[in-house]
Design a protein around this ligand. Structure first.
Ligand SMILES: Cc1cc2nc3c(=O)[nH]c(=O)nc-3n(C[C@H](O)[C@H](O)[C@H](O)COP(=O)(O)OP(=O)(O)OC[C@H]3O[C@@H](n4cnc5c(N)ncnc54)[C@H](O)[C@@H]3O)c2cc1C
Length: 438
């Protein structure tokens, strides 16, 4: 209920922020002799511009904003709102021209007005930003390069759009109206400075050092970090952090990884990293002693948020890492609640944490179902994929009361969620962590 209220409050605040500047621009002094459709189109332009500005707030990783939902949900919102903003902004010139087709000349980059040229540039930058984001993987854009381009195009779009508004001058025909836009532009710049300069600057005071790099089965590496000259970090089991393995916290390369260690052990962080790309494949050869910086903790995928009488954990592949943190934390807390773990992977050999689970079975009320997709010939246990049939066989009777946490590759997550619902597990008891932010 609290989360619903918080959600309603955030949506109300969003609407307020997006609509108030438009109403301010509609206060006198106003240009005269304009049609309803022209006014409407201009209002849409203002709304779209403020929506773009709010995007910078959403990516700034402000904990009060991200904590109730998790940063993945906020980034999802960032993507969806971006599409609404783009639609609103593109409709703005269309209505202006339909209202009076002679205004088509405004789209001529060599004709029109200086204001209209800035408007065209803003739309071009925005379209490039959207297309490179939606088709990033198909375009073969490296993640880091994309992220840098994305931020740069965002700033360029907003700068051109601000210039368009100021130069058009019709609704910014009083110094206080100009000030509204100048202040909003400065605030956006401050947010970028906060994210890219002030946060890393603060991280300088809390460096970490790689203390151990251990190879695990399944092309996975257990990376252990220890604090250098500070007390470490408190996190909730299941959360994640952005890791920078570099001498400077100002490096642009940072990757999100779930903590796999116990949340009770704040003086040592462990991550399980599967070598799937250029950065993650390099982690195994990183020497002990390498400096690291951490931005975290982030995320809302945690047993600490749901005090159920017991849990079901479903892991696919490297999705086991936040679940290792759940189990290790519960063991350290001597938590007696029953847990069922379904651990799925392509084969038994690929299961990175099978060995590590053995001692935990003794310390916890833990039942484990190993689920190799391709089992060895003598395997008598369950095998295949997590589906409704398997869940029907292994879920405990009291599954309606238990909270279920699922983490694995994206196609598995959708299938498991559908299977859990088919087995009457209440939707609000299912919690998913997707290892995808972009
Ligand atoms: C919340 C969360 C928790 C995660 N926890 C783990 C974990 O515990 N263990 C694990 O092995 N993996 C985890 N991942 C996935 C891990 O972040 C990516 O596999 C890793 O960043 C890939 O980088 P790369 O350069 O090796 O691969 P690339 O081939 O460069 O990237 C593969 C894909 O990973 C994503 N990615 C790459 N870089 C970043 C980045 N800097 N930020 C966000 N996404 C990126 C992009 O979608 C990209 O297309 C997690 C991801 C998220 C979002």
């Amino acid at each position: 209920m609290n989360r619903t209220l918080a959600g309603v409050a955030w949506v109300a605040l969003y609407l307020l922020v997006v609509l108030v500047p438009m109403f301010l621009m509609l206060l006198p002094p106003l240009p005269s002799g304009r049609t309803f459709w022209l006014e409407f189109a201009v209002a849409l332009g203002f709304v779209g511009l403020i929506q773009l500005a709010v995007q910078f707030v959403l990516i700034a990783r402000f904990r009060p904003l991200t904590a109730p939902y998790g940063i993945d949900v906020i980034l999802q919102y960032h993507r969806q709102i971006a599409l609404v903003a783009v639609a609103v902004i593109l409709v703005h010139p269309v209505i202006i021209i339909v209202d009076n087709p002679s205004r088509l000349e405004l789209l001529n980059p060599f004709g029109g007005t200086i204001a209209s040229r800035f408007g065209i540039l803003a739309i071009l930058a925005l379209s490039t930003l959207v297309l490179t984001s939606v088709f990033r993987e198909r375009l073969g854009f490296r993640y880091e390069a994309w992220r840098f381009t994305h931020l740069a195009l965002g700033l360029i779009t907003v700068a051109f759009a601000q210039a368009h508004v100021s130069l058009a001058g019709l609704y910014t025909n009083a110094p206080w109206k100009q000030a509204v836009w100048v202040v909003s532009a400065v605030m956006m710049l401050c947010l970028v400075v906060y994210l890219r300069v002030i946060r890393p600057w603060r991280q300088r005071r809390s460096p970490w050092q790689v203390s151990r790099v251990e190879s695990l089965p399944g092309a996975t590496v257990a990376l252990t970090l220890e604090p250098q000259g500070h007390a470490g970090m408190r996190f909730a089991p299941g959360q994640f952090a952005w890791i920078k393995l570099a001498n400077s916290p100002f490096t642009l390369e940072e990757h999100p990884f779930s903590f796999s260690s116990s949340a009770e052990d704040t003086g040592r962080l462990e991550f399980g990293i599967k070598g799937l790309g250029d950065f993650s494949a390099r982690v195994g050869s990183i020497p002990a002693g390498t400096t690291a910086f951490i931005d975290g903790p982030h995320g809302a995928f945690s047993i600490d948020r749901y005090q159920a009488p017991g849990y079901v954990f479903i892991a696919g592949g490297v999705g086991i890492t936040p679940i290792m943190s759940f189990l290790r934390t519960m063991a350290d807390r001597e938590d007696p609640r029953p847990v069922l773990l379904i651990y799925a992977d392509t084969s038994l050999e690929e299961m990175s944490y099978r060995e590590e689970l053995v001692p935990l079975e003794k310390r916890l009320s833990l039942a484990i179902v190993d689920l190799p997709e391709k089992p060895p010939p003598d395997w008598e246990g369950e095998h295949g994929l997590v589906d409704a049939d398997l869940l029907g066989r292994v879920l405990p009777e009291e599954r309606f009361a238990r909270d279920v946490f699922v983490c694995g590759p994206p196609p598995m997550m959708d299938a498991v969620q559908a299977a859990l619902l088919a087995r009457d597990v209440p939707r609000e008891r299912i919690h998913l962590e997707r290892f995808v932010l972009a």
